[in-house]
Design a protein around this ligand. Structure first.
Ligand code: ADP
Ligand code: MG
Length: 709
């Protein structure tokens, strides 16, 4: 996933802009050799290509070239046997003296070698040494040295090469992420052939920038990283990260430019519906809500399309802002739709909006069927229905809007990015408001949502009590359960979130079911279960039982992370809190503290926490500031977790490491703005080189949108 202009397809994409005839001649494109499949490289067959695709995320030569090493193995130390030190990685020239076969299966094979200064042993467990290691053979070996008794040993050398081929041994060896069946030697060889195909390209970066940073050319940077002769240092990686960041920023700046040119409509309202809604609501909007609404109103009133992100921590009151914005559309005689990521959330929004809105709100989800559905579709088509809430069902082909002026998307990161494009197709001039409860840190905002304006809800509605967060060892689980029992007897409602044991949903599930069984045995009839693998109807039933109070304790996996709103719930227990991301813990905690009662969050952790884990839990205990937590989380883990994927790094980015390259992002952002300002159609020499850059990073599709808008 990632930005909507990051094409994920790895096909050779057709050339870019209709305004750039020169660039449309594929034959001129010096990048063509890099778009070829890796199977065109010498020694790479279909089986190896599959493995490369698995690690590199694509099957083109370019994908292989962008498969970055995690680290480097320095094999340049060339001691003699006498001067070699156990513990170091070294390369030695030796002659084989003899092979000792093991007496029993549990002993290793030993190959005794000498170089005239002493003796050493190569050690092979479980299988005989490879063929070149015959007595009398002159070899160069490389690997990690160990000492055993007072003998120098090398367990299973990484490299064994006949002396006359010693030059084949890399001095600095990249250590790439591998997968089962893929060996470093295969990657190294494929990479060598791939690098041979990299042409000398016109530089796309500003010459002054290149001088200031001291960066190598694109080709030299790739060589320095992928086939180094000396430790590459930071510069080549920074250059490549900047290539990627600039490509992305230019693509986004281009889209933004286009959005600005695109006609929108000026939506005005007389405020009549809003006044009635606020009367029903009974509270005064917070200053942030006022501010956000003013920003949205200005966008709606302007004759161009709105693309705005409403960012507010859980419980900050985004729903009210959304409804008031939707009512403006209705006041102007047009329609507004709110899309939620799940059926449960859609129903919940529908209840809330129906309660507050002076005009009817229609629900449209996959489970609205038959006559009800036909009536809804009819009302949406003829314009009788002004406000609609639903799931992605809202944007199916069968749904034709009379005049959709505003689309609100809740919790956007749960959707694929295409949904946003789908929305546009329902009304050419539809304004879009995206709401997210995830306090996205600045860096990620720039990379993923850079083309959107942002409104933030900074404070929570007054009168909200802070959540009391405490940290407990799992060793005290018995006491915690006793405490929960007392709370249940007082009539309180409790979420119990189960650990993420692994990346596997099935294993997570087992843990949740086991916990459910023990808690159910103790609190019979008062406990329910909700997890992602359940029949959605059963899961919704559990959530509804919990919302209505028929059950008081809900054991759940992270399905409750987003949006579930039960104001009566006042206790959140999170098991194995150390296994969750900070931002995710914060999201989960936000499920309580929504009502009048004092709320609690209990973070249960395993004994033997690392310092980092302890620091993270302590931060959570000490603050409820979602922005602070998000920035910290981002620093620790990268952006993957925020987008619902458990991985580090920036989604959609391969060469950029958010922890190391954050400064480059700001630079690229400014660079792109200046470039497009001077050369809005990318027609200058540098502009054309940048077009090539965009295509290389699969951002070329963004340019195609010119002229179609
Ligand atoms: P979120 O931003 O998480 O979607 P909601 O819109 O669900 O937050 O609001 C959380 C709770 O706060 C709701 O019960 C809502 O009615 C209440 N609320 C929202 N705005 C205000 C306000 N200005 N004053 C008092 N309560 C408010
Ligand atoms: Mg919400």
């Amino acid at each position: 996933m990632g930005c909507h202009i990051a094409a994920t397809s790895h096909k050779v994409s057709p050339p870019v802009s209709p305004t750039r005839p020169a660039a449309t001649h594929a034959a001129d494109d010096p990048l063509i050799p890099l778009y070829a499949p890796v199977t065109e490289l010498r020694g790479v067959g279909p089986a190896l290509a599959k493995l490369i695709e698995r690690v590199a995320g694509g099957s083109r030569v370019l994908d292989l070239l962008f498969h970055m090493p995690d680290s480097y193995m320095d094999r340049r130390s060339r001691p003699t046997i006498r001067t070699a030190r156990p513990g170091e990685v070294a390369t030695l020239a030796v002659e084989v003296v003899r092979q000792d076969a093991p007496d029993t299966a549990r002993q290793p094979w030993r190959v005794v070698c000498t170089d005239g200064t002493g003796f050493m042993e190569l050690v092979y467990f479980g299988r005989p040494p490879p063929r070149p290691l015959l007595p009398g053979a002159k070899l160069v070996i490389s690997g990690k040295l160990e000492g055993f008794a007072d003998r120098l040993t090398m367990p299973k050398p990484d490299h064994v090469v006949p002396a006359q081929h010693a030059s084949l041994l890399p001095g600095i060896e990249p250590v790439w992420p591998l997968t089962a069946g893929l060996f470093p030697g295969q990657l190294r060889s494929a990479m060598r052939h791939a690098l041979e195909r990299v042409p000398d390209l016109d530089e796309w970066h500003d010459p002054a920038l290149m001088r200031r940073e001291g960066w190598p050319s694109f080709r030299d940077a790739l060589r320095a990283v992928q086939q180094p002769e000396a430790p590459p240092g930071d510069l080549p990686r920074r250059r490549l990260a900047y290539d990627e960041l600039l490509a992305h920023q230019v693509a986004m700046a281009w889209m933004r430019q286009r959005e600005r040119q695109r006609p929108g409509r000026a939506l005005m309202g007389d405020g009549r519906l809003r006044v009635q809604t606020l009367e029903r609501f009974g509270f005064t909007p917070t200053p942030s809500q006022h501010q956000a609404l003013a920003e949205i109103d200005a966008d709606l009133a302007a004759p161009r399309r709105m693309l705005r992100l409403l960012q507010g921590d859980v419980g900050s009151g985004k729903t009210l802002v959304a409804l008031l914005a939707m009512l403006r559309a209705a006041e102007a005689g047009a329609q507004a739709a709110l899309m939620a990521p799940t059926e449960v959330l859609a129903k919940q929004h529908h209840r809330t909006l129906s309660r507050l809105s002076p005009i009817p709100v229609e629900l449209l989800t996959g489970s609205v069927k038959g006559v009800a559905r036909r009536n809804a579709l009819l009302g949406i088509a003829n314009g009788r229905i002004k406000l609609i809430v639903g799931t992605h069902a809202l944007f199916q082909d069968a749904v034709a809007y009379h005049d959709l002026a505003l689309a609100v998307i809740d919790e956007q990161h749960r959707f694929g990015v295409d949904q946003r494009l789908l929305l546009g197709s329902k009304g050419a001039r539809t304004d879009v408001l995206v709401m997210t409860a995830t306090p996205i840190p600045r860096t990620l905002l720039l990379t993923q949502w850079g083309e959107m304006e942002v409104s933030r809800l900074l404070e929570k509605p007054a009168g909200r009590k802070p959540i009391r967060t405490t940290v407990h060892s799992l060793a005290t689980l018995g006491d915690v359960v006793d405490g929960i029992g007392r709370a249940l007897d007082r009539g309180e409602r409790v979420y119990w979130v189960c650990p993420m044991v692994s990346e596997s949903e099935l294993i997570d599930l087992a843990a949740a079911e086991a916990r459910f069984a023990t808690l159910y045995a103790r609190f019979v009839g008062r406990v329910g279960l909700a997890h992602g693998q359940m029949d959605p109807a059963l899961r919704d039933a559990s959530l509804e039982d919990f919302a209505s109070g028929r059950i008081q304790l809900l054991v759940a996996t992270t399905v409750i992370e987003v949006g579930v709103d039960v104001p009566e719930a006042s206790i959140m227990v999170i098991e194995h809190a150390e296994r969750f991301g900070l931002a995710q813990l914060h999201q989960l905690r936000g499920r309580v503290g929504r009502g009048e009662a004092q709320s609690f969050c209990l973070l249960l952790h395993e004994d033997g926490l690392t310092d980092t884990m302890r620091r993270r839990l302590t931060l959570l205990k000490d603050t409820e500031d979602g922005f602070l937590i998000a920035d910290e989380d981002f620093r620790i883990r990268g952006g993957g977790d925020l987008l619902g994927k458990r991985q580090s790094g920036l989604p959609g980015f391969r060469l950029t490491d958010p922890a190391q390259h954050e400064g480059l992002l700001q630079m690229a952002n400014r660079d792109a703005a200046v470039l497009l300002d001077r050369d809005p159609r990318l027609e200058s020499g540098r502009g054309m080189a940048v077009v090539r850059l965009l295509r290389m990073f699969d951002r070329g599709a963004a340019l195609r949108t010119l002229g179609s808008g």
